[in-house]
Design a binder for this molecule. Structure first.
Ligand code: ADP
Length: 701
């Protein structure tokens, strides 16, 4: 039974198995059905998604078609992977030809470079916005604004999306706006320039080629010509310069100047022209200008008034000069006319004193002498001040000893000081003993002070002082002063003291005499010498008058003026008695005076009355010296000297002018004519003897 059982078991087993199988198959079928359903659902979902995607794409395409933007997908090399845009927007190339190409194959170099840059920045930073590229398409400039963003990597390859918006229209309107604004500015500027043009105080004309483009208001005001009157330069030439010959020279000059301006910096040199106005008046105009890039601006200044003022001034100046000349001539003549009789007065006084005299006669002669000297000093002062004021005073420049100034002044006031019982002392200070400058003028200034000091001091001391104030490369500044213990001057009286003809008060003149010129002359001389003059004073105690001068150190070893010359007169008597000299003098009184002075020394004197006689006598006789007057009838001293110099062996004969023409110019004229020296009249016997002694010892006789 095991078999049966087995079979039974098998059957059972089979049965059971079949049942199980059946059961499984049922389960499986159910499962499959469930899966299928899921699959179907998934499929459905996929279809939905697909539809949605497509819708999205279409939507996107519709959007992109609707907007003027283009969307590109680009790889890192700038290769077009996708192009989403309205085909009409793709101006550079159609979509299909873009895909697969690189931007640099499609766009101009600059634009391509900018796109590459945008890609690089987007890949690095995630995005790049607001970049603008501009290039020409079909001959028209287009602007594109680019917005670039990194896209999630596809298969590890980085991509970007680039939105490109055509902003040409915006740009163009912006530029139009800008241009309009610029034009408005230019217009405004033009308006302002025009306003300036019109406001200029001179006439202005803007000229282009031959066309006169515009005239400013001043131009119209000056000439009366409106723009219509003179549309071209030719019209201007014709109307402004109606005289053809003058017009020709003006045009030639003008064109020459324009050429010069073009070759140089464009500035047309200003010249004076005489221009006819519309109303027919002639004006003096100063016309110049400037050449510009596109024409030129002519500037026209009316100088008619200036010219007439100038002419009036010139006339006034000429009149003043003529008056001045007349004054100078008058002064010279007056000086000559006074000196000539003075020569006689002083000469006779001198000669008379040599004879036997009573005390009273001697006293009277001294008074004549003093009065004469005073009169002479007054004339000298008047001439000096007028000379300084005419700017004709010329300073000398020679070496001299300081002592020659101070000692000399002291000796000149010694007598009058002694007469009043005053002590005179000298203080050389720290001043170098040899100086260079004008000793005559220094002495004159100091003597003015010293004479006043004696005049205005009743008792006490007069001190003559020199001080070195500074020494620099430019020289020395030296102060000269004279202090006294006299009446002094109050502060109020000091004001204006150095002005010409100024005296402390009128009563001074009555009591002390004087012209009130001394201080004025001294101050002006000091200023000419680079210094000044002034006074310190206490009424009742005394005054210190000072002046300063710029001088130099001198080189003189021993000044001729410091040499002791005991008595030239006796020297002549000793060495030259019997020596023949010639006196040329037309005035009989002066002849007599000079003769007496000369013969006193033992000289043998021939006399000539005029130049002719002088030449004749000098031809015959080889004189040791000739004394020559200047102003004589027939032939004057200058011509006579020139003639004598032409004679054989008379080249070196000393010829000494002795004349009442006492100006420096006269001295110069004498020297220029060949004279050797100069003695002013009235003749100071001391000077005469000194000069004679000097020239006789030089002479070959
Ligand atoms: P004047 O020829 O009249 O002396 P100045 O120009 O030399 O002319 O002097 C002008 C005036 O200054 C004198 O008249 C006098 O009033 C005054 N003055 C000059 N020097 C002195 C002095 N040392 N003391 C007082 N007064 C003086």
């Amino acid at each position: 039974m095991p078999y049966a059982r087995s079979i039974g078991w098998v059957a059972l087993f089979l049965l059971g198995g079949g049942g199980v199988l059946l059961a499984w198959s049922l389960v499986l079928r159910r499962q499959v059905a469930a899966r299928t359903q899921t699959l179907n659902q998934t499929l459905l979902k996929l279809q939905e998604a697909h539809r949605a995607t497509e819708e999205m794409s279409q939507h996107l395409a519709a959007i992109l078609a609707a907007i003027p933007d283009m969307l590109f997908e680009l790889d890192a090399d700038g290769r077009y992977l996708g192009v989403f845009a309205n085909p009409s927007m793709l101006l550079v190339a159609p979509r299909d030809s873009l895909i697969g190409r690189r931007v640099d194959e499609v766009l101009p170099l600059d634009a391509a470079r900018s796109v590459h840059e945008a890609i690089a920045i987007a890949l690095r930073d995630g995005a790049d916005y607001g970049r603008e590229v501009c290039f020409e398409i079909n001959g028209q400039l287009h602007w594109f604004e680019l917005s670039t963003a990194r896209k999630a990597a596809v298969a590890d390859l980085p991509h970007v999306l680039m939105l490109s918006r055509d902003v040409t229209a915006r740009r163009e309107s912006e530029q139009a706006l800008l241009k309009a604004r610029e034009e408005a500015i230019v217009h405004e500027r033009d308006k302002r320039i025009r306003a300036l043009f019109d406001a200029a105080p001179v006439g202005l004309a803007y000229v282009k080629g031959n066309v006169i483009e515009s005239l400013n208001q001043q131009f119209v005001a000056i000439f009366g010509y409106q723009a219509d009157d003179i549309p071209t330069l030719d019209d201007w030439w014709r109307r402004a310069y109606p005289d053809p010959a003058y017009r020709q020279t003006v045009v030639a000059t003008w064109e020459g100047l324009i050429k010069k301006a073009l070759a140089g910096d464009g500035e047309v040199e200003s010249r004076e022209y005489r221009v006819r106005t519309k109303s027919g008046r002639d004006l003096d105009m100063l016309i110049g200008g400037k050449v510009l890039e596109d024409g030129m601006i002519a500037t026209l200044t009316d100088i008619s008034q200036l010219k007439s003022v100038q002419a009036a001034l010139n006339e006034a100046k000429e009149a003043a000069e003529a008056a001045n000349m007349a004054k100078s001539t008058f002064l010279a003549n007056m000086s000559h006319e006074i000196r000539t009789p003075m020569n006689a007065i002083l000469g006779y006084a001198h000669l008379l004193r040599r004879g036997e005299l009573t005390a009273e006669q001697g006293d009277r002669l001294t008074k004549i002498g003093t009065a004469g000297e005073h009169l002479l000093a007054v004339i000298k002062d008047i001439l000096d001040i007028s000379k300084i004021e005419a700017g004709k005073m010329v300073l000398e420049e020679t070496d001299f000893a300081l002592s020659a100034i101070l000692d000399h002044v002291q000796s000149l006031i010694a007598n009058s000081a002694r007469a009043k019982g005053l002590t005179v002392s000298i203080d050389y200070g720290n001043v170098p003993s040899i100086l260079r400058g004008d000793p005559t003028r220094l002495r004159q200034g100091l003597l003015n002070f010293a004479n006043n000091a004696v005049k205005f001091t009743e008792r006490g001391t007069v001190t003559i002082r020199a001080r070195l104030l500074e020494e620099s490369e430019s020289g020395l500044l030296i102060r000269f002063e004279v202090s006294d213990t006299g009446i002094g001057i109050s502060a109020q009286q000091r004001a204006g003291l150095f002005q010409a003809f100024q005296q402390v008060d009128a009563s001074t003149t009555r009591k002390y005499g004087g012209t009130g010129l001394g201080l004025a002359i001294t101050q002006r001389l000091a200023r000419m010498m680079g210094g000044d003059a002034g006074v310190e004073s206490q009424p009742g105690l005394g005054s210190t008058f000072w002046f300063t001068a710029r001088l130099r150190r001198g080189l003189l070893a021993e000044s001729a003026e410091t040499r002791d010359q005991s008595s030239p007169e006796s020297m002549i008597r000793l060495h030259y008695a019997g020596t023949r000299i010639l006196l040329v003098e037309d005035d009989s009184i002066n002849q007599e005076v000079a003769l007496a002075l000369l013969e006193d020394t033992g000289l043998k004197v021939d006399v000539a009355d005029n130049g002719w006689q002088a030449v004749a006598k000098a031809t015959e006789t080889d004189y040791a010296l000739i004394l020559m007057d200047m102003q004589m009838p027939e032939m004057g001293g200058i011509e006579a000297t020139q003639a004598i110099r032409q004679l054989p062996a008379r080249q070196w004969t000393p010829i000494v002018a002795m004349t009442a023409n006492a100006f420096d110019e006269d001295r110069e004229r004498c020297i220029a004519a060949g004279m050797s020296d100069f003695i002013p009249k009235p003749v100071d016997p001391e000077v005469l003897y000194q000069t004679l002694a000097r020239w006789l010892s030089n002479s070959s006789h």
